[in-house]
Design a protein around this ligand. Sequence first.
Ligand SMILES: Cc1cc2nc3c(=O)[nH]c(=O)nc-3n(C[C@H](O)[C@H](O)[C@H](O)COP(=O)(O)OP(=O)(O)OC[C@H]3O[C@@H](n4cnc5c(N)ncnc54)[C@H](O)[C@@H]3O)c2cc1C
Length: 478
Amino acid sequence: MRHYIGKKLAKTASCKISLDKQTLDLYSIDSSSYSVKPFAVAFPKNEKEIIKILRFALRHKISVTPRGAGTGLVGGDLGTGIILDMKHFDKIKIGRGFVQTGSGVFKGELDNTLRKHERFFGPNPSIGPFCTIGGMIGTNASGSHSLKYGSTIDNLIQVRMVTSKGKIMILPKKDHATKKILGMITPQIQKRFPCVSKNSCGYRIDKVTSYSDVQKIVAGSEGTLGIITSAKLKTFLLPKRAVLMIIAYKTLKEAVTDVPKILRLGPSAIEMIDHNIIQHITYKIPNWTKCLLFVEFDDKIFKKRVKTQQISSGKTILAVTRHNQIAQWWTFRNLALTYSLNSISKQETVFSIIEDSTVPVHRLPLLLDLVKYLTSRYPMRVVIYGHAGNGNLHIRPILKKKDSALIKNIAQEFFSGVISIGGTITGEHGDGLARSEFVKLQYGDDIYSVFKKVKQFFDPTNTLNPGKIITPQNSTVS
Ligand SMILES: Cc1cc2nc3c(=O)[nH]c(=O)nc-3n(C[C@H](O)[C@H](O)[C@H](O)COP(=O)(O)OP(=O)(O)OC[C@H]3O[C@@H](n4cnc5c(N)ncnc54)[C@H](O)[C@@H]3O)c2cc1C
C-alpha cells in the first residue's frame, strides 16, 4: 500500500520523489538528537509542484514538512509524511535596501551575493553559510550580530508561501485574511509576552500590530502555517570598520553583570564563552580566566573601545581591528557547540532541550543562579556560551548517562524558573520536537488558545508539520 501511494505521488507531483531506504534514512535525521522516518522525500522545482503535492497529501491524509538544510537543533524539519526539500527555490534578486530570495537559498550564497553590493543580511547563526533562508524564517534564527541588526523576524519585509489548501499567500496584504488574523490578536494578549529581545517560542503574534507587519506571524512558525517559497528581506550596508574586544573574567557572574553597562554603548555584538570552550582556543589566555566576553563595535570604534575598558570589571586581553583577525576570533566563538561536544568524556552524554533560553539582560545573574541550583540538585555539569547581549545563553547539560525521565525533570524545573524570571524557553532555535510540549507552559491557556486559532486558520486540516508548536502533549508543572 505504502509503495502504491508513493508511486501515485511520484506520478501526480511531476517532480523528483524519493522513496528509497537510503534517502529516507538521510532525511530521518537533522542536527538534533531526534530521528523520524518520513514516508517520502519530494524535491519540488516550483510552486505548482508544491500545490500538487499538498493536494495529494490532503486527499491521502499525509503530513507535509518543509526542510531547508537540516541544521535545526530541535527536530523541527522531521516528520512521518512527505518531506519537501526546498533546494530548488534558489533565486536571489537584489533591490535597494532589500533582497528578494528563494527559501532554499543557502545563507552563504546570500552573503556572497550581498557582499558584492557591500551589503549584508543581519541575522548570522553560528552555523555560518550552511543554513537556508526558509529554515531561518522557520525558526526565526539569529546570531551574534542580531544584537544590533535584529533576528530574522525583524528583517522580514514580505513572505510568499503556499498554504495547506494549495493557495499562494503573500503577506503583508490588506485583505480579508489579514483582517481575520488581526482579529485574533489583542493588545492585552501581546502585553503578556516575555519582555526579551529574542523569542522563537510559539507564534510571534506579539509582533503583529497592523496589517503591514502581519508577515511576522510566519517567522518562527516552523513550517506549520505554510510552505515559504520566497521572501523579501531587509539588508544593511557593510560596516567600514569594526573592533572586536576580548575581555577576560574570573567568573561568569562578573561577566554578565558587565553586559547591561556595555550595552549602553551600542555594540554590534556581545557574546560569551565559558572555560570549557576557552580551553580549546589556541591563544594564550590568562589561566585564571573562567569566562570571555566578545564585544564588537562597528561605529565610533576608538571612543567605544576606550569607554568599554573604563566601565568593564574584566581585563581586555585583546582588541583587534583587522578583518582577518576579527574573523579568526569569531571562528573560535562559532565553534562553541563543537568545542562543547569535545569537552565531554566517552562515558558522558550532552542533551539539548534547555539550550536556548533567553531572559531580560539584567536578569542574566538570576539565570546563572538557576543553573547553579540545578547542578546542585541533579547529577550534571554544564557548558555555557551564547549571545549574552541578548540574554540568550546556550546551556548544555552534561550527564553521566542518558536518562529521559531525569532530562524531563530538569527541563520542567529549568523552564519554570526561566518563565518566572520573565524569560522565554527558546530565543532562536524554536520549539520542534524538543520543546513544543512546553509552549503552553510558557504562555498559559489564553495565549495558547490564540495559537490554536492561528494554526486552524492557516492549516485547518493539520497537514503542515503536525505536532510542532501545537501538540496534544502539553507539559504542566507539578
Ligand atoms: C553548529 C550549529 C550552530 C548553530 N547556531 C545557531 C545560531 O547561532 N543561531 C540560530 O538561530 N540557530 C543556530 N543553529 C540552528 C540552525 O542552524 C538554524 O535554526 C537555521 O536557521 C536552520 O536552517 P535550516 O535551513 O537548516 O532549516 P531546517 O533545519 O531544515 O528547518 C528548520 C525549520 O524551518 C522549517 N522550514 C524550512 N524551510 C522552510 C520553508 N521553505 N517554509 C516553511 N518552513 C520551513 C522546517 O520545517 C523546520 O521547522 C545552529 C545549528 C548548528 C548545527
